[in-house]
Design a protein around this ligand. Structure first.
Ligand code: GAL
Length: 499
């Protein structure tokens, strides 16, 4: 409130500022959803209990321990299969609006196929959902977070087009069994990541190392699978108000050289657009620049056809528009610059863009994760601009450290990223509807094993009870959720005081 004295009359002005830093505070929009997330292989454990079948991550961790930094597995992980009630109680203490978790396909269909439904597996998820709903927490269910039945990998996994049918059969079982109590579904998590790292390279299971051909083929089938699952839901299961969408990982890009906007756009189209342009753009299909670059490079490299597979017009139309929202996972940014093609090299994965990290960016426990909040605001704007401002749910955002519950660096990261997101909403008009912290619990961080911790809750992995202790960031986020606002400066709590 401001007061002016004029001719002896005091006039008070109340400035109603709906969003901006009134008193240094940004408020979340009305109906904005705040939550946290996990994935089945990373937390459940019970890898061979109660009738569960073998998954590609079971196979990978058991047979290639040397590829996991601490030689660990997800056999027990956080033991959430047994401790889900304690987990939901913690989520309830945190006061989240929703909890994003994923279903283990081989836990519900041990043969992989929909011929045998494992009732114990289904009941685990039914119990989890009932427990969440009883505490007023909305389940946000991911069907596929990187972990399919090993039997399908033996037949080529995502390089086999039959995956489209197999995963659709699985999705139908889940929709029938769990759909009545679930409003939000995500079909596939980060196809670009598992296609590149699991099929193109050996940085994730199944570690196929097939180069560009494998990664492009994987995405091609994953997009078809996503669209088919969407149509099944739409035609057979959708209840009023339900939402189903796909999740994409899009990192930010900061131009290394002033005004190199070409580098930013190329980076976006090759990393993010690859997975989402076929769904969210008006034209459908892969980004034009990707099609032309890869065709030209394939020709120069002596291939008889482009390494990027082609969709028929029927598939282009079938895939286009199959998402009710854009689910974005975002952690960090890279510095980008355009570079000319040089003899004997793949022209930086065909894009013509070279990536690097700015040494001045603060780091985390993960070599790839640098703190660049402006990149978050920019990628939100880029998605809004490219795809007509779709409803956007941030489905993962978070920071890794190596230990401990006094996680001030995590709070600082989250504060700066949430602020960047709120500015994208209020100052840039982006349509962001929800925000999710990765992760609720410290968990099995893929090839980093248990050496990188992302949780709001500390898990003691050397204790057979897998004891959970909320970190300072848990308290901090709880306060944000309760007050629905972010102050411009943050006071990192010093006391762990959780009910
Ligand atoms: C994401 C992935 C999560 C988690 C996170 C942190 O790409 O979906 O499962 O591991 O990265 O690295």
């Amino acid at each position: 409130m401001a007061s002016y004295s004029f001719l002896g009359v005091t006039v008070s002005f109340i400035f109603i500022i709906t969003y901006a830093f009134a008193n240094d505070t940004l408020h979340f929009p009305k109906d904005f959803l705040l939550g946290t997330a996990t994935a089945s292989y990373q937390i459940e454990g019970a890898w061979n209990e109660s009738g569960k079948g073998e998954s590609i991550w079971d196979e990978y961790t058991h047979n290639r321990p040397n590829f996991i930094r601490d030689h660990s597995t997800g056999d027990v992980a956080c033991d959430s299969y047994h401790k889900y009630k304690e987990d939901v109680q913690l989520l309830s203490n945190l006061k989240v609006d929703f909890y994003r978790f994923s279903i283990s396909w081989p836990r519900v269909l041990p043969t992989g196929y929909a011929n045998v439904i494992n009732r114990e597996g289904i009941n685990y998820y039914k119990n989890l959902i009932n427990e969440l709903l009883a505490k007023g927490i909305e389940p946000f269910v991911t069907l596929y977070h990187w972990d399919h039945p090993e039997i399908f990998e033996k037949m080529g996994g995502w390089t086999n087009e039959m995956m489209v049918e197999w995963i659709s059969d699985y999705a139908r079982v889940i929709f029938k069994e769990l759909g009545p109590k679930v409003k939000y579904f995500i079909t596939i998590n980060e196809a670009a990541v598992f296609c590149d790292e699991g099929y193109g390279r050996n940085d994730k299971a199944p570690g196929k190392n097939l180069g560009s051909t494998g990664k492009y083929l994987c995405m091609h089938n994953a997009l078809k699978a996503h669209a088919k699952i969407y149509h099944i839901y739409d035609e057979e299961f959708r209840k009023p108000g339900d939402k189903i969408g796909i999740d994409a990982a899009c990192s930010g890009a900061i131009a290394k050289h002033l005004n190199d906007t070409t580098a930013i756009d190329l980076h976006f189209q090759f990393h993010c657009g690859w997975a989402v342009h076929p769904i969210f753009s008006k034209t459908g299909d892969y980004p034009e620049v990707m099609k032309t670059h890869i065709a030209e490079n394939s020709r120069l490299d002596g291939y008889p056809r482009s390494l990027l597979p082609k969709f028929s017009p029927t598939w282009v139309n079938y895939i286009k528009g199959t998402s009710d929202f854009f689910a974005l996972n975002h952690y960090t940014s890279v510095r980008v610059e355009t570079v000319p093609r040089e003899e004997g090299q793949r022209w930086y994965q065909f894009s013509g863009v070279k990536e690097s990290l700015d040494p001045s960016w603060p780091g985390s426990a993960s070599s790839w994760l640098k703190v660049v909040p402006q990149g978050f605001r920019e990628i939100i704007n880029k998605i809004a601009k490219e795809y007509d401002n779709p409803p956007l749910y941030i489905m993962e955002n978070g920071f890794s450290d190596e230990c401990c519950t006094s996680d001030h660096s995590r709070i600082s990261y989250l504060h700066s990223y949430i602020k960047a997101m709120l500015l994208a909403i209020y100052e840039d008009g982006c349509n962001v509807k929800g925000y999710t912290i990765w992760s609720f619990l410290d968990n099995f961080e893929w090839l980093a094993g248990y050496t990188e911790r992302f949780g709001l809750v500390y898990v003691n992995f050397t204790d057979s009870q897998r004891t959970r202790t909320p970190k300072l960031s848990f308290n901090w986020y709880k306060h944000i959720i309760e007050t629905r606002k972010l102050t411009s400066t943050f006071d990192s709590p010093t006391v762990i005081n959780v009910a």
